[in-house]
Design a protein around this ligand. Structure first.
Ligand SMILES: [Zn+2]
Length: 84
């Protein structure tokens, strides 16, 4: 089986992340709740932003930024549904 390196994802992922991601529905990896990311509970008093599931309080998304880079974590989201 042949494969490409991750650069081949660039065009495909740009299609999905060039919009307001908070309108997308995500599935909580902890409890399975499916809801728009805009409905998550956002905490801003940490080193970055932490979005938690409104049902079970599990961490869904983290965003940490510095002057020249950012770190996005979606470890608590098992899937994101994008409508076209
Ligand atoms: Zn949950």
């Amino acid at each position: 089986m042949t494969h490409l390196d991750g650069n081949a994802l660039a065009g495909e992922l740009t299609k999905f992340f060039a919009f307001d991601v908070t309108t997308a529905r995500g599935r909580c990896a902890s409890c399975g709740t499916i809801a728009e990311l805009a409905r998550a509970m956002l905490y801003t008093d940490a080193a970055g932003l932490v979005a938690r599931c409104g049902t079970c309080d599990a961490v869904l998304v983290t965003v940490v930024e510095s002057d020249d880079r950012a770190w996005l974590g979606f470890s608590g989201v098992s899937a994101i549904e994008l409508r076209r």
